[in-house]
Design a protein around this ligand. Structure first.
Ligand SMILES: Cc1cc2nc3c(=O)[nH]c(=O)nc-3n(C[C@H](O)[C@H](O)[C@H](O)COP(=O)(O)O)c2cc1C
Length: 199
């Protein structure tokens, strides 16, 4: 697929067919995530992939209680063939920026970071996951984990240094899936958000 088509086609898909991913798709999606840029090439991320009903149920059972699940607006989300937790380690960045070639930045001290690059790097990687899913003819959605994070990470054996910036569901879009209500806000015009030369 042309890159411009991948960018234009990407949208968040919240309802999926009950259908497995094509062979190799998840491997390629995960491999591309590791091509993301990272501050100091720290690569302080981890991607925990769950594929197939048995594995994805571990995620849903910890993050959605029965009541919330039965009333959730997008029931087709639970059909997603795969889920990827995008995890980042803040400590990996503090350690990296305390090393000899970075010590001059003073960023071994967390309070001196202008923005949390661990979250920035996780977001860059997440975008590559989303775009690669589209390129593979699939749909995907990035979403936050609002409940059950601690229990989920314990159940999956995630080391305590890692926290999720969110999760990505991947699968074949269901025919009934449509754009989210939020998109009715409309895309802000270029003239409003792009500034050239000066604001
Ligand atoms: C940081 C972030 C968090 C998001 N969290 C959620 C979420 O929890 N649930 C959800 O359905 N969509 C979530 N979205 C998707 C946005 O609603 C969506 O990207 C936006 O409405 C634009 O639609 P589009 O991506 O389909 O073009 C999130 C997107 C981002 C970037």
């Amino acid at each position: 697929m042309e890159f411009q088509d991948v960018v234009r086609r990407r949208r968040m898909v919240r309802n999926y067919q009950d259908r497995p991913l094509p062979p190799g798709a998840l491997d390629r999606i995960l491999a591309n995530a590791t091509r993301a840029p990272s501050a100091g090439f720290t690569q302080g991320w981890a991607f925990l992939a769950l594929e197939g009903r048995e594995q994805t149920e571990v995620f849903w059972s910890h993050t959605f209680d029965a009541g919330r699940r039965s009333t959730f607006a997008h029931q087709g989300l639970f059909n997603a063939a795969a889920l990827v937790l995008v995890l980042v380690s803040k400590q990996a960045y503090l350690d990296r920026y305390a090393s000899d070639d970075k010590a001059g930045t003073g960023l071994a001290d967390e309070s001196r970071w202008p923005v949390p690059y661990w979250d920035v790097d996780g977001a860059f990687a997440a975008m590559l996951l989303l775009l690669t899913a589209v390129d593979a003819g699939l749909g995907a959605v990035f979403f936050g984990i609002f409940r059950g994070e601690g229990e989920l990470l314990a159940a999956l054996g995630v080391p305590s240094a890692y926290r999720p910036i969110g999760a990505i569901a991947i699968g074949y879009p269901a025919p009934e899936d449509g754009p989210s209500a939020s998109t009715r806000r409309g895309r802000r015009p270029q003239e409003e958000v792009v500034h050239r030369g000066r604001w």
